[in-house]
Design a binder for this molecule. Sequence first.
Ligand SMILES: [Zn+2]
Length: 374
Amino acid sequence: MPENENLQDRLRTLLTELMLIPGLSGHEGRVRRHIAAALRKLGLETTTDRLGNLIATLPGDAGAPSVMLFTHMDQLGFVVRKIEADGFIRVERLGGVPERALASQAVTICVGEGRDVAGLIANKSHHATTPDEKYKVVPYMDLYIDAGFASRAEAEAAGVQIGAPVVYRPQVLPISRTRIAGTSIDDRAGCAVIVEVARALLDQPKRPTVHFVFSVQEEFNLRGALTAAQVLKPDICIQLDLLLATDTPDMAYRGDVRLGGGPGISLYSFHGRGTLNGTIPHPALVSLFETASDTKGIPLQRSAHTGALTDSSYVQLVEGGVAAIDVGFPMRYSHSSLEVCDLGDLAQLTDLLVAALTAIDKDFSLDRDDWNDR
Ligand SMILES: [Zn+2]
């Protein structure tokens, strides 16, 4: 279908651009400017709140429930915690960093656009590795970054300071005609999809008011989107992020989400560790996406799991409650330097969201008594 191929091409271009821009939690400015420019090209005005969330509103039927469609711009990484006298750099972790996949990774120390410093997380020389070290994960506290400096003074002269953001070196690696590997697909893919949803909704005369929110600090504390929701006061929030793909040998027992199998919804999430929160979606929104999937012939995968959660957990608790659902695309190898997604899933997710959003009208009820809970 040519229309869908165009959509896939646009998604590939924007996703690639966004993956190559560093944006650690709390330092999303470069990503935000890029997305704001993309929205401006569509004719949408944007605002930025004090936390850094980027917001654009597309007005629609005032009688229909309003929607906040959101996704996060930030990525996980590190913060410089100490520069050693010999120029090696120690880091603090920011977000759910997989420590067993850190040694030997290339990183970017963000000191300013055009001046960023390349480095690598050192891995002890193999020839000197003892038998018991060979299968041991080195905690991040013991790792160090080699950025080519011979002294602390050299590092400081290059702009490296305590507090500087550090991310996996941004990279994009197409691994098939439709699959992309690379950094921070979580959640630049969600950002690219929302820009395309905005483009499609502009042409739809029948639509509810939709607030597009590109949020900050999700990987840090999962509450960045809250300030936007408190101001926008939506009736519905739809959150976009990855769904854990379970079609690899190590993940099969976790569920039934296939990369390339189309978009999906989360029926249950709970973090369980530290953060006692999660999202059980509003039945009206589950039904909305099931119906959109049926009428458009778009597959809809289902996910339920503990161990992760999204901003929607907090957004749903704003004011008298916001009807919430997590919608997403299958992704492999979450939080590693090379995550994998499928562009076909992103295109179908875009189409599914447009179909679901345009079905929200003045008769769309969020009254719990109108929905039979199972
Ligand atoms: Zn994410």
